[in-house]
Design a protein around this ligand. Sequence first.
Ligand code: ADP
Ligand code: MG
Length: 612
Amino acid sequence: MSVRFLDPTLINQIAAGEVIERPASAIKELVENSIDAGSTKIDITVRDGGKTYICIVDNGNGMSADDLNLCVERHATSKMPDNDLFNIQTLGFRGEALPSIGSVSRLKITSRQANSDNAWELLIEGGHKSKLTPASAPKGTKIEVRDLFYATPARLKFLKAASTELSHTVDIVERLALINPEIDFTITDGERQVLSFSNGKSRIEGVLGKDFQENCCVIECQRQDLTLKGWISIPTYNHSSAGNQYLFVNGRPVKDKLLATAIRVAYQDVLASHRHPSLCLFLICPPDEVDINVHPAKAEVRFRDPQLVRGFVISAIRESLKNSAEKSSTVLSTGLVRAFTPPSSATATHSVQTRDYNQGGFVRPTSGVSSGGQQRLSMPQKNVNFESFSEQMMAPLQPPTVIMDFSPTHQVTTNTLTEENYLGYAKAQVHETYIVAETPDHLVIVDQHAAHERLIYEKMKRDFAQGLIKRQSLLIPEVIEFSEAQLALLQPHLPAFHTFGFTIEIVGKTGLVIREIPMLLSKCDLKQLMHDMICDLKFQETSEVVQQAIHEILADKACKNSIRAGRKLSGEEMNALLRQMEATPSSGQCNHGRPTFVKLDKQALEKLFGRT
Ligand code: ADP
Ligand code: MG
C-alpha cells in the first residue's frame, strides 16, 4: 500500500487515545481550559460517572464566534503567545483536547464573551463539525460531552463502573482545586452533589481531611532556585497506598516518578516500605528547569537536573520530619480520647471526614466564609505567589503545637524537669510493657520495646555513618549471574559499593563476583540483596540503595536487641530511657511508623471523665 496522509478524524482519534483515557481525563482538560479562561466558578455535572454525559459550565472569558469555530481544529490554541515551550503560562498549550474529545463523542460547546450580544453554539459529532448557530447563554462557556467513546467502541470497553469513573473525576478536580483556591468548584452526579469547594474554605481539610490537619507538619524550604512548600503527614499517620499524595510542580498537578521516589526515600527510615504518607507539596522552580511537554496528558514532567531536585526534596522532607519528631503523641492522644469518649460528645468535638465515593454521604460542606476578593494566584510558573496562597490555604490549618508548660510551681517530682523533658518523669510500669510518665500537664505512655528499638537503631546508624564499617572476606566468593543490561547498570556504582564495605568485580559479560561484604550483612541472602539493589538503582543513587539495605538489617538487629515487652524496669532505667528518647531524633515512632509514645493532656483527661 502506498504512503498517504491519515484522515483528520482518525488523527484526532489517535490523539484522543493518548489525551483522553477516561471521563476524568476529558474533565481534566475541560476544567483546565476553564481555569485558563479566568473563571472563578466551575460547575461539573456527570451522568453514569461521565460515561454518557459530562457538562462543564464556567464563568470565564468565553469565545467569539470565530474562536469557537477554530477551537475544535487540531493544534488550534489561543495560548503560548510567544511560542516558547519553556515559558508556558497556561495549563493548556497543545491545542489538542477539544478536537480529540470531539472526534470520539458528541460534543456541544456554547460560549459567550462579555461584550457579545449573544452566545454561539457549535456541535461536533464523531469529528464532524456543524455550522455555528446563535444561542442564548450567560457570559462564559458551557461544554457538554455525550456518549464519550461512542465513536471508538474498543476504548469504551475499558471504562470501569460509574462509581470508579466518578472517583477518578473527583480525584483530578480535587487536585485542581488545591492549586486554585480562589475558584469555586462543584461536581454533581445526576442530582447528587458530590463535591463542593467554595472560596475561603480550607481545601487541604476538604481534600485530605481533618485528621490530616492534626497529623501534618508544615514544610517550607528553599535552596538556590528551588522552593518546596506544603504539608506532609508525620510518620505515624500513614496509609496503604500513595493515593493521598498531592504533588504540584509550578502550579500543575503532576504524577511524577522522581518525586514519588524522593518521598519514599525521605520516609524510608521512619515508615515500613508498604506504608505511605499523606501530603500536599508544591515544588516551584524556574520554568526553564522543567519540561512539561513530556506526555500529552501533561501529568509527567522532566527536570533539567533531576538529581538536584531529588536531593532537595529528600532533605527538605527529612528536615521537616526531624523537627516534628515529638508530634506523634499529641495526635494519637486525640484519637485515644475519641475512642474513649461517648459517641455523642465525640461527634460534637471531632467531625472526622471520611471519603466514600459509593455512599450518599460524600458531600463536602460548603463554607459560608468568603475570602472577599482575595488576589487570584498568579497561576503557573514565574510568580507563583505562595504567600497569598498559603494564607488562604493554611489559615485554618496551623498544626497544633505541643503544649509544654513546665511552670516551677507545678513540679511533679523532686527531679527538675526542663523544657526538653517533654516525656516527663516515670511514675510506673504497666504490664511490664508500658512506662507511665507524668509532666505537669500531660500523662505520657511509652511503649518500652518500640522506644528502645528506635534508640538502638539510631545509635547503630550513627556508628555506621561514622565509618565503623567492618568488612568480612568471603571464604568462597559468591558468584551471581545477571543480564548484560543489569550489569551495565551496576558497573558505574562499583566504587560506591566499595565505600560501603563491598568488594565486587564483574567477570565476563554476565558474572558478578562478591569477594568482601560489610560484616553486618554476613547472614543475608546476597543474591536476593543484589537483585533488589539493581532493581532500585534505576531510581535511586547507590548510596541510598546500599544504605537502605544496611538500614533494614540494622532495624532487624535493633528489634532483636532491644528491651522486650515483659521485662521489669527500675525507675532509673525508665527515666534513662525517657531522657535518651528526648535526645534522639525521630524517636516518636519505631522503624515501621508506629508510635513509641502517646501523650494525653490534662484537658483530654478531664474530657474522659466528663469533668469539662
Ligand atoms: P489548549 O487548551 O491546549 O489551547 P484546547 O483544545 O483545550 O487546547 O482548547 C482550544 C482553545 O479553545 C483554547 O486555546 C481556548 O482558546 C479555547 N477554549 C477552550 N475551552 C475554553 C473555555 N472554557 N473558555 C474559553 N475558551 C476556551
Ligand atoms: Mg486545553
